[in-house]
Ligand binder design. Structure first.
Ligand code: FAD
Ligand code: NAP
Length: 304
């Protein structure tokens, strides 16, 4: 029986593991990929205190290394379901199950699909959701970035180091991204914008992307543009399928917690991007992780 099982080893999960392990709890952390979560998908982190600039994979490693000093058990697996038995919880992966007095859900968020015709056909053949992973494959090409938030603008700037040009298509005439990112994008000679427009269809020669049909939402005019790659950043969706039967999510699937990261089910905590919250950042994820890592200690003490 674990004191706590943490699901997900992004910044939220790793911080919770650090705090819980320092309280001498028996901690298991289940992860389906590399530690770091979404941080692994970004090259530039400039708003994490203490670092003027650090790459996502490097910050991931820096958060992971201190865990080696403690007996956090790293378990590879994809969690399918969490069941509540009151005094303990059972966590199911594809081929195992684990019992724990508490669960900390730190499963974060995943990319929202555009659901445009051609998107699925050309995924990994010119359509990408990760500039850091795929950007270098698009040297000297004309690229399209879809979206107007922090991710779209930041990754468009990143792509300019490889691409001949980067066009951002946004459905409104104003970006959602932070002002500092907007200013950098407007000042970048390789970046141009198509405003008030959406992707109508991604086309190619069956091998890779070659054209994108773009519709102006005000005039309804559809125009065809040559692009060698399309990077889609139209927001995130919560990763909560494994707790869908527990009634702890809002209508959009984000987990509702109090300020102690407690969900409606006693002993189940949720932290980081998976929570219903206003600001989804590394700083807020680690803050949530610290509170829950400490919270599970008090919860277990009170059970005694
Ligand atoms: P995540 O980082 O999403 O980690 C969740 C983890 O849970 C993942 O490792 C995942 O594999 C695992 N998981 C999910 N489901 C399961 C399952 N069923 N079984 C096992 N494991 C599972 N924030 C900043 O502050 N500054 C930035 O510069 C910045 N840049 C960004 C750039 C991009 C392109 C993106 C996408 C995000 C960026 N963010 C940035 C946001 C930041 O990365 C997130 O807010 C943060 O990573 C959230 O941390 P988390 O631990 O809650 O979740
Ligand atoms: P986001 O902030 O939700 O922005 C999504 C963008 O996509 C919005 O501009 C939205 O348009 C647009 N969009 C949504 N659905 C669309 C559709 N179907 N068709 C066309 N456009 C669509 O998502 P994000 O940029 O991925 O950011 C997610 C979180 O990570 C945020 O909290 C963000 O602050 C954080 N993040 C932070 C940094 C950083 O701090 N440097 C970097 C990256 C991400 P509207 O504007 O019209 O809604």
């Amino acid at each position: 029986m674990y004191d706590t099982i943490i699901i997900g080893s992004g910044p939220a999960g790793m911080t919770a593991a650090l705090y819980a392990a320092r309280s001498n709890l028996k901690v298991g952390m289940i992860e389906q990929g590399a530690p770091g979560g979404q941080m692994n998908n970004t090259s530039e982190i400039e708003n994490y205190p203490g670092y003027d600039h650090i790459s996502g994979p490097e910050l991931s490693m820096k958060m992971f290394e201190p865990l080696e000093k403690f007996e956090v058990e790293h378990i590879y697996g994809i969690v399918q379901k969490v069941e509540d038995f009151g005094s303990y919880k059972r966590i199911f992966t594809e081929d195992s199950s684990f019992d724990a007095k508490t669960v900390i859900l730190a499963t974060g968020a995943k990319y929202r699909l555009l659901n445009a015709p051609g998107e699925e056909t050309y995924t990994s053949r010119g359509v990408s959701y990760c500039a850091v992973c795929d950007g270098a494959f698009f040297r000297d090409q004309d690229l399209l970035v879809v979206g107007g938030g922090d991710s779209a603008v930041e990754e468009a700037i990143y792509l300019t180091q490889f691409a001949k040009s980067v066009t951002i298509v946004h459905r409104r005439d104003q970006l959602r991204a932070q002002k500092i990112l907007q200013d950098r994008a407007f000042a970048n000679e390789k970046i141009s914008f198509i405003w008030d427009s959406v992707v109508e269809e991604i086309q190619g020669d069956n091998i890779k992307v070659s054209k994108v049909l773009i519709k102006n939402v005000k005039t309804e005019e559809v125009t065809s543009h040559d692009f060698g790659g399309v990077f889609i950043y139209v927001g995130m969706l919560p990763v909560t399928a494994m707790v869908s039967e527990l009634d702890i999510c809002d209508n959009e699937g984000w987990v509702v917690t109090d300020d102690q990261m407690k969900t409606a089910v006693p002993g189940i905590f949720a932290i980081g991007d998976v929570r219903q919250k206003n600001l989804r950042q590394i700083t807020t994820a680690v803050g949530d992780g610290a509170i829950a890592g400490q919270g599970v200690y008090h919860y277990i003490e009170n059970m005694k």
